[in-house]
Design a protein around this ligand. Structure first.
Ligand SMILES: *Cc1c(COP(=O)(O)O)cnc(C)c1O
Length: 447
């Protein structure tokens, strides 16, 4: 038995893998084998036996500048030699102060609260919003509105605003469901309609809902520009401007979840920069540490902060996680922000996106592809397939070609690290096309 098989066997016996029906990894089934990764560098994941895989989805959208980037690694090593961790209640340290100052300068949101993953950022924002209204003497404003197809994490509180049946159904009795309003997904455009028309229509539906329910609503939560987990559903930035106006008009907070789309992914540093608005709460995670360590942040306004600043302890935000503001994670985030500046990543990504889009031409024009689309460094194609297991089969064909892709439903997408070279881009484009054709050939032959 080789090293890969050995790790595979031990992992399947002892590790419960995320978002996975474990039986699909069992031997004998026509399944995806688990891939043991020994090391990673740049866009490449290496197994124990000399095979490598191009990370076409940035390891679930977290990686920005490639794996094992020396600048982030060196910053982490230096930090590890001075301060590993200290609790953040009653204590503070340079990395968390510097990071908070920089995030504030970048977003105009002056107060940063930290968690360890995206779902906890969602919950922090929801709790802060409802608690704000309670402190403001309006405790009835404690419900939330989410967008159809929205994804904000999978803890019980975050599931309340996550509109993906597969993730939510089994836990429905545990969840205090938010209201759901129509998505501005540009693919919903009818004959003669533009993406902006769809956005206006979706905004009008939200406006209508809040006209009746603003008194009991604390906040609207939305993923700006791209609803990634919904299958890279993209919308016109005018939707965000309308969201801001409508929330102001009805006195409801606007929470923007940029956990997946922040840090240059959509072509601006933050996706909401496309529309020139400012949210009341901004949730960040994933790319925040360049894909190295778990860290999330919720940024908010002076107005929200002031509502908690009081002589009474109970009017404060008494929320914590053991690793809140972990110095190592904050140091990785600072090194990531340095890289964004030093590499002029926003401008560089614009060129990389154009280059990749040209390399993806055969996919864009593919006879079985609809709605070829991109937003910055996110690329997606809806495939005409009737296979309920299209995603799994296509992912397997990609892996067989040395490529990590993980379609969502029948949507094939790529979200590579920003550092992908022209040659690596060609490998990604050719591999994705070959995987798609192999999957469709099986379908057409009834295999
Ligand atoms: C991934 C994601 C989350 C949840 O983050 P976790 O770290 O997986 O809990 C929340 N919102 C969006 C938009 C995401 O993409």
């Amino acid at each position: 038995m080789g090293l890969n098989d050995d790790w595979r066997r031990r992992s399947l016996a002892a590790v419960w893998h995320p978002c996975t029906q474990m039986k699909l990894h069992a031997e004998g089934l026509a399944a995806q084998p688990l891939i043991p990764v020994a090391r990673a560098e740049g866009v490449w994941l290496h197994d124990h036996e000399g095979r490598r895989y191009l990370d076409g989805i940035s390891s679930w959208w977290v990686n920005l500048f490639g794996h094992n980037h020396p600048a982030i690694r060196d910053a982490l090593v230096r930090q590890l030699h001075t301060l590993d961790h200290v609790m953040l209640a009653g204590f503070t340290h340079a990395p968390v102060v510097e990071l908070s100052e920089r995030l504030s300068a970048l977003t105009g949101l002056g107060h940063a609260f930290y968690g360890s993953d995206g779902a906890s950022a969602t919950e922090i924002a929801l709790k802060m919003s409802a608690h704000f209204w309670r402190n403001a003497g309006q405790p009835a404003k404690c419900r939330f509105v989410g967008i159809a197809g929205g994804y904000h994490g999978e803890t019980v509180g975050a599931l309340a605003v996550t509109d993906i049946a597969l993730f939510r159904e089994a836990y429905a009795p545990l969840v205090r469901l938010a209201a759901t309003v129509p998505s501005p997904d540009a693919r919903a455009a009818g004959e003669g309609e533009t993406a902006a028309d769809v956005a206006e229509r979706a905004a009008a539906a939200l406006d209508g809902w809040l006209a009746d329910h603003a008194d009991e609503t604390a906040a609207v939560i939305a993923e700006p520009l791209v609803q990634c987990a919904a299958g890279m559903a993209m919308h016109h930035p005018v939707y965000l401007r309308r969201l801001r106006e409508i929330c102001d008009q009805h006195r409801v907070h606007l929470v923007l979840d940029e956990i997946a789309v922040g840090f240059g992914r959509t072509g601006t540093l933050f996706a909401h920069f496309h529309s020139g608005i400012r949210p009341d709460f901004l949730c960040l995670s994933k790319g925040l540490t360049g894909g190295t360590l778990p860290l999330s942040a919720v940024l908010t306004t002076d107005e929200v902060f002031a509502a908690f600043y009081d002589d009474q302890v109970a009017r404060g935000f008494l929320h914590s996680h053991s690793y809140t503001g972990n110095p190592l994670a904050c140091r990785a985030a600072l090194a990531t922000l340095d890289l964004i500046e030093q590499t002029d990543a926003i401008a560089a990504n614009r060129a990389t996106s154009d280059r990749l889009w040209a390399q993806f031409a055969p996919l864009n024009g593919h006879a079985r592809v609809r709605h070829a689309r991109r937003q910055g460094m996110i690329f997606a194609w809806d495939v005409e397939s009737h296979r309920p297991d299209f995603a799994r089969r296509c992912a397997s064909h990609a892996l067989a070609r040395g490529l990590l892709l993980r379609p969502i439903g029948t949507t094939l997408y790529a979200m590579p690290p920003y550092v992908i070279s022209e040659e690596e881009g060609a490998f990604l484009a050719q591999g994705a096309l070959a995987a798609l054709d192999a999957t469709l050939a099986e379908e057409d032959h009834g295999l």
